[in-house]
Design a protein around this ligand. Sequence first.
Ligand code: ADP
Length: 830
Amino acid sequence: MTIVSKKSHTSYQTEKALGQNEQHSRSLIENSSDIIALINAEDIVTYVSPSITPILGYTPEEIIGCHTLVLVHSDDLDTVQQVLGEIRQTPVRSLRAEYRLRCKDGSWRWFEGSGTNLLHVPGIEAIVGTFRDITRWKLASHSHWSEMCEPEHFVRFYETDASLMNSVSEFIGTGLRSGDACIVIATQPHSESLEERLKCDGLEVAAARQRGQYISIDAATTLSKFMVDGSPEPGRFTKVVGSMIARATKGQRHVRIFGEMVALLWADGNRAAAIRLEELWNDLARTHSFSLFCAYPMHSFGGGVYEAEFTEICKQHARVIPAESYTLLSGPDARLRAITLLQQKANSLEVEIAQRKRAEDALLHLAAIVESSDDAIIGKNLEGIVTSWNAAAERMYGYSAEEIVGKPITLLFAPDRQDAMNLQFTQIMARIRRGERVDHYETIRLRKDGTRLTVSVTVSPIKDSTGIIIGASAIARDITEHKRLEAKFRRLFDSNLIGVFVSDFAGTFLDANDAFLDLLGYTREELLAGTMQRDALTPPEFHSLSQDALKALQETGASGTYEKEYLHKSGKRIPVLVAVARIEHTETCIGFVLDISERKELDRRKDEFISIASHELKTPVTSIKGFTQLLKRKLEKQGLQEEAAFLARMEGQVDRLTKLVNDLLDVSKIHAGQLDYAQEAIALDELIRAIVDTAQLTSSTHTITVHGASHCHILGDRDRLEQVFLNLISNAIKYSPQADSVDVYIEAAKDEVLVKVQDYGIGIPKEHESKIFDRFYRVYDENNKMFPGLGMGLYISREIVERHGGKMWVESTEGKGSTFFVSLPIILFS
Ligand code: ADP
């Protein structure tokens, strides 16, 4: 604001005019473009010139009689009062000040007012005030719109149309007055109101248009002439706009352009095209001389963060003029204050945006979690209307979010259980309203396709930002399968077909069915009292087996089946077959226990029978053999060769019988741990060769060849080892009827000797390889059924080898042959 202590030109004129000729003065005053007013000693307006109407919108009658300060902006009241006070104190003194007056339409205009104290002049007795509208100066910040005549591309942001029209009418009006060509590319309402203003300012718009000095075209229509695929096409732009400028500059006239095409593009959301068009205008300025006034309504920059685009627009212009709320400020101090406030506002907005962004990110994060959850997560309001529905809910219930959001949750209630469901729902919602959470209740729900599912649901209250409960979130897990399995298991558990227990890893039985309790002689009360402990119920020799089973359980989740014994409450041992599996995600396991007492008893009886039978058979067989030999010799002596030959064959069969009985005896002795062994040093190579020679004598079909030598001694029972290798060689011959050779290899390693017996026969199917060393195990299939035997040889052989500290195994290929390996510890090299 400026206060200048000098007599204004207008004041002098007024004073002079009033003093000389009232008529002349009146006409002078009434034709002035400034507002002239008389103010009496009481600060009441006694006269105001008719120029008030085009400038402020009031008729003189509306203002005459009003207080001087009635139209003054509240921020400027102090200034005006101070100036008026000073004027009043000093007669004939003239003072000037800048301040705002309110227009009839509510907008504000800037005035430079000067007042002269003529209160003492008879016939006048008033302060004479002249008010010049300087809004245009203020609007243009430090520029004057009428001075915008240099070729320049500038932009003005505006808040109200009235303010825009003020500047444009000044810019174009000055141009028209000074003979410049003026081109207006505006919206229809803007061109109309501009022409209105120009006419008000006394300009002959029609005549100027006639002369080609004033060109006004519609912005949208012009735009359509060069826009291609949503972007301004440079060639067409130059053609349309460039030629118009060229026509207008004829006679070297300067050209002023007011353009709103960029603003239209911006308002359409085509911001890239707006920026591109600004660039095209700048390109055009290289070949054409014009000053271009662009205008953007400030509100088009709200509602989004267009910082980059906004900066780009500013960059495209040589001069940027802020909107009127800034330019209308009275002076540098006010502007600095405004800028500071704006900076602070921008700062806090940035912080707020960042906070909002973080909150949005967090929400997105949460939304992603909800969407990816395997559990159905459903939001509902207090009336039970579904408000949100995640992907798992879609999968689980078959309804899409679009189908169910906005519908009542009762849609999921089974029709035949509606009453119970409604009651449950009401009870749950009552708890929710109280702010309580309802944990893991199980209920039946209906899918879209009518099928049912069992769900476990947790419902929690949803609160708004003020803490008021506005709904509930339900997290539901489909436990239908779980329930089905549980029911199945329960049936198995309760059937008591097999003993079932649940125990922790430490070995405390937590639950068991009656079959298990009966098996061990305990009551349910004793079980629940925690008295049933695995270790106490297991004989010590099975502890390590139990530990192995536990280890497998922890590592793989299951123990595999194993035999053990439990101790009945009475102390009796109960042989059982056990299998234990871990219960997922817990430190507990479930065990299945089969009582095998009966099978064990049968086994025992069978072993007993074999033992007795073999003993009982041995004596008669031995005496048959003895008598056969005696008889054979007698017959030979009597020359009865034919009869003796029969007896020789009989003797051969008795030998086979003897071997069988001996094997049976060995088996039962092994089982009873009663097989005795001699301990002597044996030269292995010789032993093998002797066995091979013996075997070769009985075989006319196969050639048995010994390869290699070990040159070592082993410690053991010669007869038993002979039994082992004879068995291997005779098996090799027996199971290779199509072949004619058997190879025996002897190899010595560091501290053990390896004997391999290889045949080229039928081989052993893989699945049988590990079992052929079991007692009485024979491979029964098409290939094997014609081979005689009882499945005892390998069982006895392995037992003998292991008792010698050695190992025995087989490698075989079906149809190609087998190799049996025997490794024995060396005691001495010869
Ligand atoms: P067996 O009296 O039945 O021969 P063994 O204990 O000696 O009893 O052998 C057990 C089973 O192993 C046999 O029944 C046979 O199926 C298989 N077997 C043993 N040796 C051979 C071999 N060399 N080739 C193929 N199969 C064999």
